[in-house]
Design a protein around this ligand. Structure first.
Ligand SMILES: Nc1ncnc2c1ncn2[C@@H]1O[C@H](COP(=O)(O)OP(=O)(O)OP(=O)(O)O)[C@@H](O)[C@H]1O
Ligand SMILES: [Mg+2]
Length: 385
């Protein structure tokens, strides 16, 4: 028998530096920025902008996509557009950022012995030799701006119209306005600020679907599984976290020799990315809670990422009978489920009208959980099912 086909067919698209060709759910934001820059630059005027948003909300992806699109679109006001990208996190001083900028206009200076204004002169010479619109992307700009940068002010004020223009895009997870000096603030007024809302579960599912299409063999992951991952990442709205889980789950599936990614692989990937339920936490659970978790763990091993609550209740009743314990009332069963949800151990999704809720769990691989819970609820006797 031949080994199963690979799942990860284009793994490089999971690289943190990879910029996807299409940004799902950010069309409006990308369109707005793109219009503003084109309008400005086609009149020979700079446009400055501050982009903020939470971790993994797509700030870097958005501005890099914008940059690539602007560079590709060709000349504006008869000049080419160049979009250097600088991550300020590791270059948190005006001088080190300036050295990068010099390289972007193809001049180099030794790292020592030049003042900022001398560097700016050389920078202008570089632009003079090759007139262009520069749109400078300063990512992780908080590191720079909080050090009372002069560079933001100097660059946002330069107006070398005949040589082209210099625009600034500051990217940060927090509002930088309070840290800017008053003249720079006026350059980043209300219409020059864009704040990205966190992704919700549906948006994360779409983002995952798009990335799966790029990175994975067609048919190797169901949308239901992507939704399971999105549910894990939804509380933070962090697309990077969601994509990391997808990559981890794809690896786990390949390690298993599976044809496709299963709920179990997602749980395993998530388990290795997050500190999960500790054994101490497990010991704090009541026997009722343990019973419901065990029934859920078993049901999930056989089913997909979530199981209808009716089915779970039936599986739980069977387990209780097997253990020779007294049956649990419907009310107690629900209360227990709600407690587990409140503790963040299970997720409860209302089903469609007339259908029962869907119960999911992402905390630990079902296999490990089954073992741990069986130890507490009756050992090997509970292992038959
Ligand atoms: N709308 C989207 N469509 C497709 N992929 C996206 C989208 N938004 C974000 N991503 C992907 O999610 C990951 C995180 O996005 P990105 O790095 O842009 O977030 P960020 O806001 O810059 O986060 P941080 O604050 O940590 O720098 C990247 O792999 C990116 O390609
Ligand atoms: Mg970023």
């Amino acid at each position: 028998m031949s080994p199963p086909a690979r799942i990860l067919v284009k793994e490089e698209t999971f690289d943190p530096s990879y910029v996807p060709p299409r940004l799902v759910h950010r069309d409006a934001e990308l369109g707005l920025l793109s219009r503003r820059f084109r309008e400005g630059l086609s009149k020979g005027l700079p446009f400055h902008c501050l982009v903020t948003g939470g971790v993994g909300s797509g700030k870097t992806a958005l501005v890099r996509r914008l940059g690539a699109d602007l560079e590709r679109a060709g000349r504006l006001h008869d000049l080419p557009v160049r979009v250097p990208y600088i991550n300020c996190w590791r270059r948190a001083s005006d001088r080190t950022v300036m050295l990068d900028l010099l390289r972007s206009v193809k001049v180099s200076l030794p790292d020592r012995g030049y003042s900022l204004s001398e560097m700016l002169d050389v920078f202008e010479q570089g632009i003079r030799r090759a007139p262009q619109h520069l749109v400078i992307l300063l990512d992780e700009a908080a590191a720079l701006v909080k050090q009372e940068t002069k560079l933001v002010y100097l660059l946002s004020r330069s107006r070398e119209v005949e040589l082209g223009s210099i625009s600034l895009v500051l990217v940060a997870s927090e509002d930088l306005f309070p840290y800017l000096d008053p003249p720079s603030r006026s350059s980043f007024g209300v219409t020059h600020r864009l704040s990205l809302a966190p992704y919700d579960r549906a948006a994360l599912t779409d983002i995952l679907e798009e990335r799966a299409r790029l990175a994975l063999r067609p048919g190797s992951v169901e949308r239901e599984i992507l939704d399971q991952i999105a549910r894990v990442a939804a509380p933070t709205g962090d697309a990077r976290f969601a994509i990391e889980i997808l990559a981890g789950a794809a690896h786990a599936a390949e390690d298993d020799g599976a044809e496709s990614i299963l709920a179990e692989h997602v749980r395993r990937a998530k388990g290795s990315l997050l500190p999960t339920m500790s054994e101490a936490h497990l010991e704090g659970l009541s026997v009722n809670q343990l019973g419901v978790l065990l029934a859920l763990a078993r049901s999930l091993k056989r089913r997909g990422a979530a199981v209808p609550s009716q089915k779970l209740r039936a599986a739980h009743a069977a387990l209780v009978e097997e253990l020779g314990a007294p049956p649990m009332s419907r009310t107690t069963f629900w209360r227990t489920l709600k407690e587990l949800e409140r503790d963040g151990l299970v997720s409860l999704d209302p089903g469609a009208t007339g259908e029962s809720s869907q119960v999911g769990m992402d905390e630990l691989p079902a296999s490990l959980l089954t073992t741990l819970l069986e130890e507490r609820t009756g050992g090997p006797r509970a292992r038959k099912a």
